[in-house]
Design a protein around this ligand. Sequence first.
Ligand SMILES: [Mn+2]
Length: 343
Amino acid sequence: MIPDISQESLSRWKALTDGAAKAVVLGHTHPDGDALGSCCALAVYLQEKWGKQVHVVFPDSPADNLRFIVPASCRLVCQDTDPEGVGACIGACDLVFLLDCNGFSRTEGLEPLLRGKDVPKILVDHHLNPERDNFDLVFSTPDISSASELLYWILTALDGGPGHLPSESATALLAGMTTDTNNFANSVYPSTFRMASELIAAGVDRDSLLQKLYNSYRENRVRIFGYMQLEGLRIVGEAAYMVLTRDIQRQFDIREGETEGLVNVPLSIAGVRLSLLLKEDDGHFRVSIRSKKGTSAQRLASGYFHGGGHENAAGGKLLVGADIASPAEASAYVESALKSFLS
Ligand SMILES: [Mn+2]
C-alpha cells in the first residue's frame, strides 16, 4: 500500500545529505503544482531539519496562480529571470535533488550545467523510465499519485510521521498531490488518501488550499474555457482535440497556467477516450494529452509528439519547421496522427 522504501536507500539518503552543506532542489520546465510542491517541501525540510543551505531552482518561473505554493522561507531562483543566480547556486552546491521528472533533459536549459556538475545527485520521481545512470540514488515509483506523495513517504520513513514535518513542507506536499490528482480525480491510490488524512490531521488547512487552487482564477480563464468548448473543440472518432493559437491566447489575455485543466474537459464526453490540447508557443506547440483507462496517452506522446509522461496523462511538442511547415498545419497533423494511432 505504502511504497516500499528500503532501509538501504534511506541510509544512503542520510549519508549523502549529511555530507553536504549547500543543496539545490530542481524540477522541470513549466513547473506544475507537484513540481513546485515537492521541491519547496523538500527545501524547507532540509533547511529546518538538517540545517542545510538550500535553493530551489527551476528553468522558468511558476505561473502566478501557483506562486502561493512557494513558502516564504523557500529561496526560489529561476533561469528565465535570474540566469546568473541559477549558475551561482548550481556552481556552489554540493548536493543535487531532482524531483518530479525522470531525468535532466526535462530541465532543458539547465541540463548541461547539471550533467557537468560532479556532486552526489538524488532523483525522486513517479514517471516511467528514470535515467538511473545519472544519479547516485533513485527513488522511482510510477504507481503513486505524485512526486509530492513519494516524497511524503520518504520523509515519513526518515523521520517517523507527519507531525515531524515543518508545517510549510506539509502544506506544499498536500498542494502538490492535490494538483497532480486533479483534486483526487486521477492516479489516486489507498496511500494517497492515507497521506492526505495524515497531513490534515497534522494541521494542514485543506479548505484554504482548495480556495487558492480552484476558486481564485481570473475571469479570463472561465471565459476561455467556454470559448474553446464552443468554438475550438474538434472530435475525431473517439478522440477530441483543441488548438489554442497565439491569436486566441492574445484575445483572452491568457497567462501561463491559465488553461491548466482544459484538456480534461472533453474526457467528460461518453464516447471520447483521448483528449489533446495544443498550445502555440515560440516555434512549437505544447501538447497535453489525457486518456481514459485502456488508452495510452503516453504512447501517443512518445510516438507522435517527442514526449512522454504517465499512462493516462502525458505531454510533448509539435515542432514548427520540423513536424509541420507552419502553425496552420497543426490540426491536419493531429488528425493524421490520431487516425494512425487509433487504427
Ligand atoms: Mn508529478
